[in-house]
Design a protein around this ligand. Structure first.
Ligand code: ACM
Ligand code: ZN
Length: 687
């Protein structure tokens, strides 16, 4: 009996040892993989990939895609003569399945071999990616024995590449396709047209690539102060475009890695570059006057349909992204062509005019057997009947579209915009502003409360967007994507109940090292600084909780905590989007009522500077004291000293030391002179 018990204890001990070994995110363990697989069972032993290269055998494939991919990988270069002899045996059942099942796989690693079962090549490909991560790209040979049963949560797991603001080579795109494949991302949204440059050869319209693809300045700030295009042979011409052959090469590379490249042809806004090359398509008929196409002119539709015809011939993607965001719409109001169109079509406003264009373009795209995706602005004026909505201004648009029975891809700015800085701005490269650390991206849950199961079927997935105004270098782009793209990948693939940020971070550190070893630049996650320390602990001061009267109202878009913001004891974080910073495009002019006359020795406020986002500290700040709320005395003025050109995000404390008595304190911060400047403050501290 004693012997029996001790043998049970010994068995338990052995099992326990194997389990805890395997579940650590360590090299060779399936627990090191991003996205975390759905079900992992750790089994006894390890499998060693043969040092001279593993052999593989594939049963049931239709073509050589997977075989060629494996042969070029560091994992297994040669085909075994028989299934029984293969180190990696892959069986593809080719059962008729729904889309998600196509990407599912079963992976079994025993001390003798690796076997993979999938319903489709995509699933087998993802099993290979799991092994590639476990083995650090095929360089580490010892793998933990395990059985993995894995399938994605969402069918759309995407990244946006903005090659308009800065053109990127096809080699760069293909390198990122490899990284995307490794983390099971499957949609590459290629944003090829925008005011900063047209990036795809269109045979019918050569000026798009002779002229609209080039600008005289590389730096975004330089170009912003002299926005024009130039001929491709201009001495400082900066830009570029993909030829059709380049695109075919990218598409072939992506297809082999089960990634769909979704082309994006922006309309009707963000089209300055086209309207400089073909001004007859704008309302004014002149270059550099409009950014929106004229919707009244038939030439616009001829142009867009001709362009889309060439794009559709090239790209096999089911979806064509047609933009739809941020049209200015102003030029349409005074344009005789647009006015005529509105009258003839019974369109009551410019939103409906935009919707007319989107719906007409949708009909055209549908007639070619494809579907459109548009940003959430396409909801305005009436959604095109078959459109898929990409929700970026928060999630409201996406939810509305889902409830109306439309497919949706979530990419809310606050958590999915990878152009926002990922750590304290003082240590980061210049960015457009914002603060979206890895954890915020990771914690985003696309399926919000209040969505029914039926509506949730329309949620295709999510996407991370790297807009690139301030991302000039390729290495900077990689730095912005990785590791945040890992978080997009895990949210897109893994079940919410399997997600855990602390464990994910450990895995992300490992995947960063793997990418670095393969020549990628990544953010230094191990040395993350984190949120602005001042914002972490509430502060006490004389004015805390006191009523603030606004002599100038704050902006409706950046209300923060409303009238309570400036005396709630909460300082802002790194971004003005964190609902701690209150914004205005006027002066900050407020009066704080302490409730009774009291000694006042100090009045201070901090302001943010983020030139890329037009956020500037005030030109000056005046502080007045009053005992009766009628007669005010100026007790001090502080002057701004951050030049507008400084591209870094900075925080400036304006403080006035006084020796007075007051019940009412008026703080008047005068907005910077730059046209369109914003003024953000978080708290007025009184002592
Ligand atoms: C967008 O960021 N304008 C889609
Ligand atoms: Zn017009």
């Amino acid at each position: 009996m004693k012997k029996f018990i001790s043998s049970i204890i010994a068995t338990l001990f052995v099992v326990t040892v194997y389990s805890t070994d395997g579940i650590q995110p360590s090299v060779g363990s399936p627990y090191s993989v991003i996205p975390v697989p759905e079900k992992i069972e750790i089994t006894k032993g390890t499998y060693s990939l043969p040092v001279n290269g593993a052999t593989f055998y594939i049963k049931g494939v239709k073509d050589n895609r997977l075989s060629n991919y494996l042969k070029a990988s560091a994992l297994a270069q040669s085909v075994a003569d028989k299934a029984q002899k293969a180190d990696i045996l892959i069986e593809i059942s080719s059962k008729k399945t729904d889309k998600e099942n196509c990407e599912a796989y079963k992976l079994n690693i025993t001390p003798k071999r690796i076997s993979i079962k999938a319903n489709d090549e995509a699933g087998a490909f993802y099993a290979i990616q799991t092994i590639l991560q476990m083995s650090e790209g095929g360089t580490k040979r010892e793998l933990q024995c395990c059985s993995v049963n894995d399938a994605p949560r969402f069918s759309y797991r995407g990244l946006l590449f903005d090659v308009s603001r800065h053109f990127r080579s096809k080699e760069f795109i293909m390198k990122q396709i490899d990284a995307m494949a490794l983390m099971k991302l499957n949609k590459l949204h290629l944003h090829m047209t925008n005011g900063a440059g047209w990036r795809i050869e269109i045979e019918k319209y050569p000026r798009l690539t002779e002229f609209a693809a080039w600008r005289p300045y590389r730096s975004w700030m330089d170009w912003a102060s002299d926005t024009r295009y130039c001929e491709s042979n201009y001495p400082t011409a900066y830009g570029g475009y993909y030829t059709k052959a380049d695109i075919r090469e990218i598409l072939k590379y992506a297809e082999a890695r089960h990634i769909t490249v979704i082309p994006d042809i922006e309309m009707p806004g963000h089209s300055e570059e086209v309207l400089a090359a073909y001004p007859e398509l704008s309302c004014s008929g002149e270059p550099y006057r409009n950014s929106d196409y004229c919707i009244g002119k038939e030439e616009t539709f001829t142009f867009l349909e001709n362009v889309l015809t060439e794009v559709i011939e090239l790209f096999p993607s089911e979806y064509i992204h047609i933009g739809g965001d941020e049209a200015v719409k102003q030029g349409w109001k005074d344009c005789p062509h647009c006015k005529k169109r509105m009258q003839e079509e019974g369109l009551k406003d410019v939103d409906e005019l935009q919707s007319y264009l989107i719906q007409r373009i949708e009909k055209f795209v549908n007639s070619k057997g494809r579907k459109i995706i548009g940003w959430d602005e396409i909801l305005e004026g009436g959604l095109a009947p078959n459109a898929t909505v990409m929700s970026w201004r928060g999630t409201e648009g996406g939810i509305k579209a889902m409830k109306a029975g439309h497919d949706v891809i979530m990419t809310p700015g606050e958590t999915c915009y990878l152009d926002f800085t990922q750590d304290a701005a003082f240590k980061e490269p210049v960015s457009i502003g914002g603060y979206t650390p890895l954890k915020n991206v990771y914690m985003y849950e696309p399926l919000e409360a209040g969505i029914s199961n039926e509506e949730a079927k329309h949620l295709l997935g999510l996407q991370g967007n790297l807009w690139s105004e301030y991302v000039t270098e390729d290495s900077h782009a990689e730095y912005m994507y990785y590791p945040r793209a890992f978080a997009i990948a895990e949210t897109g693939w893994s079940k919410p109940e399997n997600k855990d940020y602390d464990k994910f971070k450990e895995r992300a550190l490992m995947l960063c090292s793997l990418l670095q070893s393969q020549g990628y630049t990544t953010f230094d996650l191990a040395n993350e600084f984190g949120e602005r320390k001042e914002s972490l602990t509430p502060i006490e001061h004389l004015g805390k909780g006191c009523k603030v009267n606004y002599n100038e109202p704050y902006h409706a878009k950046y209300t923060a905590n409303g009238d309570a913001t400036l005396t709630d004891g909460l300082l802002g974080g790194w971004t003005y989007l964190d609902k701690r910073w209150q914004g205005t495009m006027k002066d900050v002019d407020v009066t704080i009522d302490l409730g009774s006359v009291q000694p006042v020795k100090y009045v201070g406020a901090s302001f943010m500077h983020s030139a890329g986002a037009w956020v500037h500290v005030p030109k000056k700040m005046d502080v007045y004291l009053s005992e009766d709320g009628v007669n005010y005395t100026l007790v001090g003025t502080v002057w701004g000293d951050i030049p507008n050109e400084i591209p870094k995000i900075l925080f400036k404390q304006y403080s006035v030391v006084c020796n007075g008595k007051a019940r009412f304190i008026r703080v008047h911060a005068t907005r910077n002179d730059r046209a369109g400047a914003w003024l953000f403050t978080d708290e007025i501290v009184i002592n």
